[in-house]
Write a new protein. Structure first.
Length: 299
């Protein structure tokens, strides 16, 4: 099986690839050889270990997005400044390779000067979302370790904002004093309570976080309830801070079903409705758009 071209999503912890044909995905593969585990010389061998079986005697185009284009990645690709289309013809960056069977291109990330912000990988998902929903104008949210909120209009990313919500949850639940009172499990009512507090009183977030510890010691707050409320507090505070990016606008959520479901629940509590799109579908649609843009530029 030879791929017509190969789509790659290369993040900090994971490498995912798809062999693409005229009708879409022919095969897929993944490894834990993310950017964070590789030095610059290790990227091409890691990629070839994953996609070698999809290559033939000719040259196969490889289109990649994500942290592979960062300063610590395989080949640093300069950001494109917003407002701009999330993916554009002629903006892909070629990567020097040793193996002549592949021609690797990386999709640039986006940057915003004031207030300062950057994204890598999310621009491809936003481009894919706009491909799947032509003419969409509104807010796009990509929940995750570093959640992104982007305002999109006339096919361009106009502005965006990043929130450290997922990383804060990981740090607080695994390394802070709060970890002593948390356990696995989930409590919807506790999440909703945290969500309401975080959204209505974001200025009190620091105090509300420590209250989880105190209630565990004094009132018997269960570990599952504390964990759920912690999630609600952080997501609620994010939604409050991101309100200028979504208030009164159509909203698309891109990501994993469960996490997007929590954000949709939080938005619904604020009177807003969001549509959830799978991250992989958006990534592949965005890279397919980049593939077409590359072919158009070459023509």
């Amino acid at each position: 099986m030879k791929a017509d071209w190969i789509a790659v999503d290369w993040g900090t912890t994971r490498l995912r690839a798809w062999a693409m044909g005229p009708d879409g995905v022919r095969a897929e593969a993944a490894s834990d050889e993310g950017m964070g585990r590789l030095d610059r010389a290790g990227f091409e061998p890691a990629l070839l270990r994953l996609i070698g079986g999809w290559l033939g005697s000719g040259v196969t185009p490889v289109l990649a997005c994500g942290m592979v284009g960062s300063r610590q990645g395989w080949h640093e690709v300069p950001y494109r400044q917003v407002p701009c289309a999330p993916v554009a013809a002629g903006a892909l960056a070629a990567v020097p390779v040793q193996d002549r069977r592949i021609a690797v291109q990386i999709v640039p990330g986006l940057a915003q000067s004031v207030p300062a912000d950057v994204m890598r990988g999310e621009e491809t998902q936003i481009a894919g979302a706009l491909t799947l929903h032509p003419g969409f104008d509104g807010a796009v949210c990509l929940p995750g370790t570093h959640s992104k909120w982007a305002q999109v209009s006339a096919g361009e990313v106009v502005s965006f904002q990043t929130f450290l919500t997922g990383e804060l949850f990981a740090l607080l639940s695994e390394q802070s004093v709060l970890r002593h009172g948390l356990s696995e499990g989930w409590d919807d009512s506790a999440f909703d309570a945290g969500l309401a507090e975080g959204a209505s009183r974001p200025e009190r977030l620091m105090a509300l976080l420590f209250r989880l510890r105190a209630e565990g010691l004094l009132s018997g707050l269960s570990g599952a309830a504390a964990r759920s409320r912690l999630s609600g507090l952080l997501i609620g505070a994010e939604l409050a801070a991101a309100r200028p990016w979504w208030l009164g606008l159509p909203i698309l959520l891109i990501g994993a079903d469960r996490l997007c479901g929590l954000y949709a629940r939080g938005l619904a509590a604020q009177g807003a409705t969001a549509r959830v799109l799978p991250a992989t579908d958006c990534t592949l649609a965005g890279l397919a758009l980049a593939s077409g843009a590359l072919k158009g530029a070459a023509a």
